[in-house]
Design a binder for this molecule. Structure first.
Ligand SMILES: Cc1cc2nc3c(=O)[nH]c(=O)nc-3n(C[C@H](O)[C@H](O)[C@H](O)COP(=O)(O)OP(=O)(O)OC[C@H]3O[C@@H](n4cnc5c(N)ncnc54)[C@H](O)[C@@H]3O)c2cc1C
Length: 404
């Protein structure tokens, strides 16, 4: 019987262990925490958005880095396969807005609970509070795993140690060290799905959430993102769903290459907004322009718009047509400049990781060392929010487990 050691008991590791065991291997799953799935537990605000009910093509459109690497894998273990798998092991699911799939119980802990049951059923040896310290390679093959407690001779190792985000959950980048020791290159880890610090000081707007706004992002003047949704001002700059998404696209660019433009009224054309302002100003006769704009947007924002467009103390009647046009253009394209992304520890996802050019996409096996496999966030793969990142973990975990 072959021995497979799975390093890391997160989403990717648990799936890899189940499928490696179903192939008749002796499987040892080693997790340095005292329990499995510590990160899974906090996913989807404790509800775990475990996949997205979409086609493989739609899934690939939501992968930010190296979608092509996954194009075969996602057909081998698709979002539908993931849902079937979880239903088969007893976890009931439901689908919400944006095709996001959650446990019916709305408990992320249930995902780990049912996976743990399955691991037990498949007789996987689970070692908790045990840390893999080294993987020994001999003559181009995996030979043994050294932990802080023992040496394990094995035929294959699946590295599922995650990235560098939320290190308190156990993802501290150990897998990069094991991969480097095997000769692999690591694409520099970067934060993704994270808040953005801005050159503008938005501290006065802290906590202000804007719904139904459009965020545009430009890299060296070229449009790379335009989506309508929700964003949030914070003490450091901007955050919220739109900003998390855009962070994944600008995390390898110098701040001066990046420009955001916020459209506060995406539902109105410039002409319609101009007419709306004229109407509001007519109704606000005798008032200051600041007061004349209260129906148009949250009052805390008005200052920021007028600072770039007109004197806020002027009466609405004193505002020229050119100034009204300027207000329109600032409201439709409020420029925000990036200072830096928030640190990787705060990021939902780590972009970068084990170079996928050195990994076989059909098996997730290293092209450098026989018997060495990778799955999950440790690989240079990342996607937008919506259940796509866990799907990456499940798909690559399934493939690695089956081939290990
Ligand atoms: C707050 C938050 C919310 C999220 N919500 C969602 C969501 O709703 N939907 C979604 O798709 N994605 C979500 N994600 C992303 C998703 O959680 C990750 O992409 C996914 O968990 C990665 O799985 P993984 O198994 O590769 O790594 P991890 O889950 O990080 O697991 C790695 C495991 O390896 C263990 N380990 C590390 N080194 C060693 C070692 N040397 N020895 C032994 N064990 C080791 C760690 O302790 C850890 O348990 C969220 C992430 C965060 C931070």
């Amino acid at each position: 019987m072959r021995t497979v050691v799975v390093t890391g008991g997160g989403a990717a590791g648990m799936i890899a262990a189940v499928f490696a065991a179903r192939r008749g291997n002796r499987v040892i799953l080693i997790e340095k925490n005292e329990k499995l799935g510590k990160k899974l537990y906090i996913t989807g605000k404790g509800r775990c958005n475990l996949t997205n009910d979409c086609t493989p093509e739609e899934f690939l459109e939501n992968v930010v880095s190296n979608a092509k690497f996954l194009s075969g894998a996602i057909r081998a273990f698709s979002p539908q396969n993931t849902q079937d798998f979880f239903e088969e092991i007893g976890l009931k699911l439901k689908t919400e807005r944006g095709n996001r799939v959650f446990p019916l119980s709305e408990k992320a802990s249930d995902v780990t609970k049912f996976l743990s049951k399955e691991l037990e059923k498949e007789k996987v040896e689970i070692a908790l509070s045990e840390k893999v310290e080294k993987i020994v390679y001999r003559n181009g093959c995996v030979s043994e795993v050294l932990t802080d407690k023992r040496e394990i001779a094995c035929d294959s190792v699946v590295i599922c140690t995650g990235g560098l985000s939320y290190p308190a959950t156990g993802s501290t980048g150990d897998g990069y060290l094991f991969a480097r020791a095997a000769g692999h290159t690591i694409k520099e880890p970067k934060p993704a799905l994270v808040g953005i610090e801005t050159k503008e000081n938005f501290a006065r707007l802290q906590g202000l959430s804007l719904k139904n706004v459009a965020l545009h992002a430009y890299l060296n003047g070229k449009s790379v993102f335009c989506e309508t949704g929700e964003m949030l001002f914070t003490h450091f700059g901007i955050s919220g769903p739109l900003v998390l998404s855009v962070s994944a696209l600008v995390n390898r660019s110098a701040p001066e290459e990046v420009l955001f433009k916020l459209d506060l009224k995406p539902g109105l054309t410039e002409e319609q907004l101009y007419n709306r302002i004229e109407r509001d100003f007519a109704e606000a006769k005798g008032k200051t322009v600041e007061n004349g704009m209260v129906k148009l947007m949250p009052s805390r924002l008005i200052d920021f718009i007028l600072a770039r467009a007109a004197d806020k103390n002027k009466r609405v009647s004193e505002i020229s047509n050119a100034e009204k046009r300027k207000i329109v253009s600032v409201m439709k394209g409020f420029e925000i400049r990036m200072l830096r992304l928030r640190p990787i520890e705060e990021a939902v996802i780590t972009a970068g990781g084990v170079n996928i050019k050195e990994v076989n996409p059909k098996s997730m096996e290293s092209k450098l060392i026989q018997g060495l496999f990778f799955a999950g966030e440790v690989l240079d793969l990342d996607a937008f929010t919506g259940g796509f990142n866990l799907q990456i973990a499940f798909t690559t975990g399934y493939i690695a487990g089956n081939h290990a």
